[in-house]
Design a protein around this ligand. Structure first.
Ligand code: UDP
Length: 361
């Protein structure tokens, strides 16, 4: 069986690393399964892309489309066109897509128009905020997929509410592949080369709803600068956020350590050693939980509602006062990090099995 995987953004490289590992193990155990990787080029900086291929044993992309730096429409359109060409050439049985980026939607749409089966990993997640480009991408991708691999029961419930019970689309709970990725690489954590304060908050900010709005981004950094006077902040900076900080002339406090984006192995080290996480990332909210750290989420809503219900995560948007209050709450929070919210760490194996079994039917 031939699977073409379409990936292009940082979190997809991390998720795909876990599933590719499972595909390789499945092939080694005698299953006729083969993966061909298309990298759309959505993220292309060495520290947003190459580092993950080098350190996570990801199959080298057979196709690199180099599509980036465009508006959403142009980017998605060009990817659709180029992925279609590859699919016509490769004639796969399945197209495998991850998450909610433009690469996800373009990969799924190209496959759907050629009547190729589509497996969507991280299906069923909803923020219920249609202004998020990610929300539009995930809703449309789910609807045209063949097999929806959901990380949580909440995700399945979302699909049921949208009527998926009545559609000819298979829905399964696989657990979360990011848990598999953390388990796979936890013993390879790597200390970054820069000086790290003894006690620090780990922070990342890159969501368009924060970066593209000057007053929101200013409020976020005002709060972070003040929190950093009590606990240092280490912030691997996404290239988009970097350019908006310069554009809005935002001042960064002395105790905020801005660094370039790091590889996943360094990220694991930072997660293991931080006091708390401040982020607007989707994936990092869950990783904070895997590494037993309280998470302050600088968004109005989250797809990972179980973290909030469980008391491990608090939503603060870009509100200066809420961010500062959440820091105090996080310092004293007593959270049970043992509860299994994201499966057993075998999501990748279940995903590969679901794809193989589906074909046999
Ligand atoms: N990450 C990383 N290096 C960094 C920042 C994040 O390896 O400098 C990892 C992080 O640990 C998580 C993933 O990137 O596994 C999250 O990606 P991102 O926040 O870009 O996307 P989102 O999860 O919000 O879609």
């Amino acid at each position: 069986m031939k699977i073409v995987t379409v990936i292009g953004a940082r979190p997809q490289f991390i998720k795909a690393a876990a599933v590719s590992d499972a595909i390789i193990r499945s092939a080694a155990s005698g299953n006729a399964i083969e993966e061909v990787v298309i990298h759309t080029g959505q993220h292309y900086d060495p520290n947003m892309s190459d580092v993950f291929f080098n350190e996570m044993n990801l199959p080298k992309p057979k196709y690199f489309l180099n599509i980036n730096g465009l508006s959403h429409g142009a980017m998605t359109g060009q990817m659709l066109e180029e992925v279609e060409k590859v699919l016509l050439e490769e004639k796969p049985d399945w197209v495998l897509v991850y998450g909610d980026t433009n690469s996800t939607l373009a990969g799924a749409l190209a496959a759907s128009k050629l009547h190729i089966k589509i497996a969507h990993v991280e299906a069923g997640l909803r923020s219920f905020n249609m202004r998020m480009p990610e929300e539009v991408n995930r809703i449309l991708t789910d609807r045209i997929s063949t097999l929806l691999l959901c990380p949580t029961q909440t995700a399945v419930d979302n699909l049921v509410k949208e009527g998926y019970d009545n559609l000819d689309i298979k829905v399964e709970v696989s657990g979360d592949v990011m848990l598999d990725a953390s388990n796979l690489f936890v013993n390879h954590a790597c200390k970054p080369s820069f000086d790290i304060p003894d006690t620090f908050i780990l922070s990342t900010i890159h969501r368009a709803e924060n970066t593209n709005d000057a007053s929101k981004l200013k409020d976020v950094f005002k709060a972070i600068n003040e929190v950093a006077e009590q606990t240092a902040v280490v912030l691997p900076l996404h290239p988009r956020t970097k350019s908006f900080i310069a554009k809005y002339d935002i001042k960064i406090g002395n105790n905020v350590h801005i660094i370039d984006p790091v590889g996943y192995l360094e990220m694991i080290y930072l997660l293991q050693n931080c006091a708390m996480v401040f982020t607007d990332s989707g994936g990092l909210q869950k990783e904070a939980y895997f590494f037993k750290k309280f998470c302050v989420t600088m968004r109005e809503e989250t797809e990972w509602v179980e973290l909030v219900e469980h008391g491990a995560n608090i939503l603060v948007g870009s509100d200066y006062n809420k961010i500062k209050e959440a820091y105090s709450k996080g310092t004293n929070a007593k959270v049970d990090f043992e509860k299994n919210l994201y499966g057993n760490g075998n999501a990748s194996d279940l995903i590969v099995k679901s794809i193989l079994d589906f074909t046999i039917k």
